[in-house]
Ligand binder design. Structure first.
Ligand code: SF4
Ligand code: SF4
Length: 245
């Protein structure tokens, strides 16, 4: 497994605490909640039934798109998604369903990764995550035109293209800024279209389209300015992170 995927797995327990040194010989989960506080699970195809049962919805999950940058707060480093994946919301890294004191609000129906994760077992995973992960195609594949909107949005707002444009911008090609602005505008317009025509809430759009593009660009040393008419304008930050693209 790609080491960089550690950032999106529930087994991303970076800090070796005294508590974990003590539980390293355990054979069962003690429900201490340390893994739930470190990250939310990445959803697998086997978790689709949790959307059917209503445990998972478009407001408590979100999509990480191909090539999307993710900030690892512990390492202060940025990773890029090697494929699309869907996760449970994770405010400040802790899983949305973590209620504190080791309690999971959906314990009996928790996702596959949570059921199979063994913090005491360092054996490598045998299955390829890429093959068994849940995707938006699995969820929206039969819903026309949502899947067409997702496909077009991925094409126009590709992170690969965005990173190329940012690289050109850093090399002095200022026309790239216009193209980045157009990409951000398309992302916003697509969200408004789905909200107005299909009633999908801004939070629900985090699953349909991933998190808004303008919120990600600060990781690339750009910043967003809101104009008086409410439109967003992209500028180069005076002191940006120069090493992440
Ligand atoms: S699997 Fe998670 S909740 Fe269970 S003991 Fe390990 S860190 Fe704690
Ligand atoms: S779903 Fe439950 S068990 Fe899984 S990470 Fe969230 S709180 Fe922990």
């Amino acid at each position: 497994m790609d080491e960089k995927l550690k950032i999106i797995l529930p087994n991303m327990v970076e800090e070796t605490t005294e508590k974990h040194k003590q539980v390293s010989y355990q054979k069962t989960c003690k429900r201490c909640g340390q893994c739930c506080r470190a990250a939310s699970p990445l959803l697998l195809k086997t978790d689709y039934s949790l959307f059917i049962s209503g445990h998972l919805t478009d407001t408590n999950t979100y999509t990480l798109r191909l090539g999307e940058p993710i900030l690892n707060r512990l390492e202060q480093d940025v990773y890029f998604m090697p494929f699309e994946a869907i996760k449970i919301e994770d405010e400040n890294n802790a899983c949305h369903f973590y209620a504190g004191s080791g309690e999971c609000l959906i314990y009996e129906d928790r996702p596959t990764q949570c059921q199979t994760y063994e913090c005491w077992n360092n054996a490598p995973h045998q299955e390829s995550l890429e093959e068994i992960r849940l995707t938006r195609q699995d969820i929206f594949g039969d819903i026309d035109p949502i899947i067409k909107v997702i496909t077009k949005h991925d094409e126009v707002c590709s992170y690969e293209t965005l990173i190329d444009l940012i690289q050109k911008l850093k090399e002095g090609d200022e026309s790239s800024l216009t193209q980045i602005q157009q990409m951000i505008d398309y992302d916003i317009a697509t969200r408004e279209f789905l909200n107005e025509n299909y009633g999908i809430s801004p939070k629900g759009l985090h699953l349909v389209l991933g998190k808004p593009l303008y919120k990600k660009i600060e990781l690339f040393g750009l910043q967003v300015i809101e104009n008086e008419d409410g439109s967003l304008q992209i500028q180069i930050k005076e002191t940006g992170n120069e090493d992440i693209s």
